[in-house]
Design a protein around this ligand. Sequence first.
Ligand SMILES: *Cc1c(COP(=O)(O)O)cnc(C)c1O
Length: 415
Amino acid sequence: MIAPMKTLPFSLAQARAIVAAHPTPFYLYDAAGIRGAARALNATFAWAPAFREYFAVKATPNPHILRLLAEEGCGADCSSLPELLLAEHAGLAGEHILLTSNDTPAEEFVAARRIGALINLDDLGHLAYLARYAGLPEFISFRYNPGPLREGNAIIGRPEEAKFGVTREQLFEGFATARDAGVRRFGLHAMIVSNERDPGSVVATGQLLFGLVAELSAALGICFELVNLGGGIGIPYRPEEAPVDLHAIGTGVRVAYEATFSGTGLPRPALAMECGRLITGPHGYLVASVRHLKRSYRSYAGLDASMANLMRPGMYGAYHHISVLGKEHLPATERYDVTGSLCENNDKFAVQRPLPTLAPGDLLVIHDTGAHGHAMGFNYNGKLRSAELLLREDGSTQLIRRAETVEDYMATIVW
Ligand SMILES: *Cc1c(COP(=O)(O)O)cnc(C)c1O
């Protein structure tokens, strides 16, 4: 059996040259792929009066990636002080930066106000808190949680049980309070699903939010200038899966938008999304080497990377495709548990995965790790986070984050 394939944006010779300069494990991001994904999303909403993708910084928090996306017109969606500062380092400013946080500390509101970022509130109480610590801005958005009105999905969970956002009733109260306090510009946001490839789910979010904008505008006499459909668009992690149909998202959201805003006298709001995974997920690769092969009750391939470098398989049981460089066309005659070196049995990149026969030193590429990959890394068991490299459009590579060292690991200890 030949295992189903996923293509790579680099050759075996290129990979060997990179490994000679940068020892494994490392993350490699494909600049052309990331740019292409941003362009495709922008094209999806080219019909809207104004559209901006605020890239979810938490997915790939590296200013080099943010700068590349800024060149494509993207802003940054931040949810912590360091993320706000990363966005600034990438050259973003003002309303190209969006703060969507929860349980928000005063320092984030202060930084967002200093930057002039758009602020999206997770709770009504945050309005007075924001006013007290940072002053009320001209623009306010609230995050809506539809509760029992919408199903969530496996990763994000049921909206009713989610800590995020406010209820429908609270939206009316919150916007009225903001209006009375002098806020003049309004936005509405929801983020309901995660890694969802059904275009209908984004369309349904659009319908829900557009309808609410109409109701809130009529009830409160306010105008909305921004509707933010959130992130959560999924990617095909398995080679047999299809990418999301962006055209269906674009046309579906457009129909809902026109139904609400055409000829009704309501001002036409700008649209935004805050996708992370869709933009960088498929265009990042964790490259690792086989260190040891072991056979006990099963066959194990032990890598020089561990779940400290990529948590998704251990945390969600997530599938990540694995290519063995130079052996892509060999039959997958073996079954391996592909592991790291952590003292945790869920430290596995794959369980019982059919692969060609491996040898120590083989280079493995773990696909679709560009989003929520390196970013979720941790130091448990004294494991160190890897380097990040950017594969540029001219074929050269640039080190955009060095690997952690033992000195980094010890740096916070008070001896
Ligand atoms: C995580 C997150 C995103 C990005 O999610 P993706 O699945 O990477 O698109 C967007 N918005 C908010 C509020 C988030 O928490």
